[in-house]
Design a protein around this ligand. Structure first.
Ligand SMILES: O=P(O)(O)OC[C@H]1O[C@](O)(COP(=O)(O)O)[C@@H](O)[C@@H]1O
Ligand SMILES: [Mg+2]
Ligand SMILES: [Mg+2]
Length: 335
């Protein structure tokens, strides 16, 4: 069992030692994300005071109004990743295309690409409800010394070397995996240090919470409608409790701790649902599987989906293993 209360910095170094051939680049990368998280946390906490609430007036690649905090968080992550010469490319929800990162004398020597959702739960920013940031890290597939291409970003989720999220909630936490379990670190704002507070996080196999935007109920496929009715029936440990924050990071975090299922299915209004495969569903699916949970599009494991576009959306069923399998049964039967 990993010892509690060591700092994130100590944990990163210890983990690096576990891999004799590691060059330390991934550790530097996680440290760059840690730094960006602290900077964004600082801005989020005083959002109402410094006029960064509300819309920026711009539209992102998905046709969504960008919030000022979306733009600010995006800039802070790019800055932190670029200044440390560890990534060769980034892709973000707030950037139309991927960005080649290469400093003067580096000649494309870096081997990692990072895909991220700089600010998750944008609809909750102005109403002081918890929001987050999500990141996913891959080793490039194109040769070192050449500029990254789209191939480096369109890798299946199984190829992720690390993934995680930051939740800006009642406390600020950074939760991540490098494929060896999931660990959560809480920020001590007084000294600006993340401490290991949630070692070896595990999804309970079963839970009694379901999270879905029921406002879309009439537009859902029959399988989802039937599963929601199943959750609401008086039988056994049901009815389950309905909880929906509207920030993927926060709904996922609660369900991972308490047990539960999160659904963002396709609907007659959104043929592939809303959530983006590369920087929302893949990283959360990697965390879920590493924590003993499950994540699918209702039929196929999210991590097995071969991406085709940078901002593609997929239906998302994620949470406690037995609950996701039950929902998949309904999708198999009723579609
Ligand atoms: O308001 P809806 O349709 O229920 O959507 C909520 C979902 O949209 C999101 O806000 C999309 O993420 P962004 O805020 O990063 O665009 C998720 O965090 C959340 O789960
Ligand atoms: Mg998001
Ligand atoms: Mg976002």
């Amino acid at each position: 069992m990993t010892k509690k209360n060591k700092t994130l910095g100590e944990f990163i170094i210890e983990n690096q030692k576990a891999f004799p051939y590691s060059t330390g680049e991934l550790s530097k990368l996680i440290n760059a994300i840690r730094l960006a998280a602290k900077v964004v946390n600082h801005e989020v906490n005083k959002a109402g005071l410094i006029d960064i609430l509300g819309e920026s007036g711009d539209i992102n690649a998905q046709g969504e109004n960008q919030q000022k905090l979306d733009v600010l968080a995006n800039a802070k992550f790019i800055q932190s990743l670029t200044n440390r010469e560890i990534v060769c490319g980034i892709a973000s929800e707030e950037e139309n295309d991927f960005v080649v990162i290469n400093s003067q004398d580096n000649n494309h020597q870096n081997k990692y690409v990072v895909l991220f959702d700089p600010l998750d739960g944008s609809s909750n920013i102005d109403v002081n409800v918890s929001v987050g940031s999500i990141f996913s890290i891959y080793r490039r597939v194109t040769p070192i010394g050449t500029p990254v291409t789209m191939d480096d970003f369109l890798q299946s989720g199984r190829k992720q070397v690390a993934a995680g999220y930051i939740i800006y909630g009642t406390s600020t936490m950074l939760v991540y995996t490098t494929g060896h379990g999931v660990n959560g670190f809480t920020l001590n704002p007084a000294i600006g240090t993340f401490y290991l507070s949630h070692p070896d996080m595990q999804y309970p196999e079963d839970g009694t919470i379901y999270s879905v935007n029921e406002g879309n109920y009439v537009h859902f496929p029959e399988g989802v409608k039937k599963y929601i009715k199943y959750c609401q029936m008086e039988e056994g440990d049901r009815p389950y409790t309905s909880r929906y924050i509207g920030s993927l990071v926060s709904d996922f975090h609660r369900n991972m701790i308490k047990g539960g299922i999160f659904l963002y299915p396709k609907s007659s209004k959104a043929a592939n649902g809303k959530l983006r495969l590369l920087y929302e569903c893949n990283p959360m699916a990697f965390l879920a599987e590493q924590a003993g949970g499950k994540a699918s599009d209702g039929f196929q494991a999210i991590l097995d989906i071969k991406p085709s576009e940078l901002h593609q959306r997929v239906p998302f069923f994620c949470g406690s293993k037995n609950m996701v399998e039950k929902a998949e049964e309904f999708m198999e039967t009723f579609g």
